[in-house]
Write a protein that binds this ligand. Structure first.
Ligand SMILES: [Zn+2]
Length: 269
């Protein structure tokens, strides 16, 4: 039994060039799994390919809200096809972002809805990115919730307690990354305290957002998820081993294809 980093951009150039070492360090830090998260058509394919290089790895496929404007006309079809691969356990990352204005908001919404439609069709959960758009996000999720409970996770959560509570009502999990460890993040730690153990996940979001005590070091990597986990266990006033047991089980419950025994035989496009 070990930690699972539920959000790692291992296809990123800084990490993929040292993948073997990154995974050795992850195992030494008692990680049993890493979810490789895609941001566009190309990284969706790369993440799926990476899963053949280690038993620890699983993939997500999807289009990040800041990459929608770059997507080709058939990008979404490629994502749908890749989602059939047995090592794909999630869709995304998808979501909404008003901090960067690379992608028109309407187009972000369009891609977000596509991820939810595919989630309902495949039962794969959605990894949700939210930056500076809590009201718009809650509106969009409310609309999707009309079709039933949502399977997904608010990744690298940095929103308000009210937003977190609404997300829990929609059925979503809440995942915390390195930001939780920063000295200034006392408000975020207060939010984390209120999230039931049954809905918590941990992640690195590497290569970004290195946790303390490595904050100034780049790239962040899966092994460092233990630092965020230690702070989260502290906030919840439980032993680290207890947090591991819960976050591991939550990960396997949400990303339910994780331990499917289906052979990885789907041919890549
Ligand atoms: Zn990410």
């Amino acid at each position: 039994m070990g930690w699972i980093d539920t959000h790692a951009h291992l296809a990123d150039t800084h990490l993929v060039v040292q993948l073997e070492e990154v995974l050795v360090r992850a195992r030494s830090a008692n990680l049993e799994g890493v979810l490789c998260v895609a941001v566009d058509e190309e990284t969706s394919l790369q993440c799926v390919e990476l899963t053949s290089r280690s038993e620890m790895l699983r993939a997500s496929v999807g289009i990040h809200p800041n990459y929608g404007q770059l997507a080709s006309a058939h990008a979404w079809q490629a994502v749908e096809k890749l989602a059939e691969h047995p090592r794909v356990v999630a869709l995304g990352e998808s979501g909404l972002d008003k901090y960067w204005d690379d992608c028109p908001f309407e187009l972000q919404l369009e891609f977000f809805r596509k991820h939810w439609a595919l989630s309902r069709a495949t039962d794969l959960p959605v990894i949700i990115h939210m930056r500076e758009c809590e009201a718009e996000m809650l509106d969009a999720l409310q609309q999707e919730f009309a079709n039933g409970t949502l399977r997904g996770v608010m990744h690298s959560f940095a929103g308000s307690l009210d937003t977190a509570l609404r997300c829990l009502e929609f059925g979503l999990y809440i995942s915390f990354a390195g930001m939780l460890t920063y000295k200034k993040s006392s408000e975020l730690r207060e939010v984390a305290k209120q999230i039931p153990l049954e809905r918590l996940l941990v992640e690195t979001d590497c290569p970004y957002l290195s946790p303390e005590p490595h904050r100034s070091k780049r790239p962040n990597e899966p092994a460092w998820v233990v630092h965020t986990a230690r702070v989260l266990a502290d906030v919840k006033s439980i032993p680290v081993s207890e947090l591991m047991k819960h976050t591991r089980q939550n990960t396997l419950d949400l990303f339910s294809r994780w331990n499917s025994t289906e052979p990885a035989s789907v041919r890549l496009p």
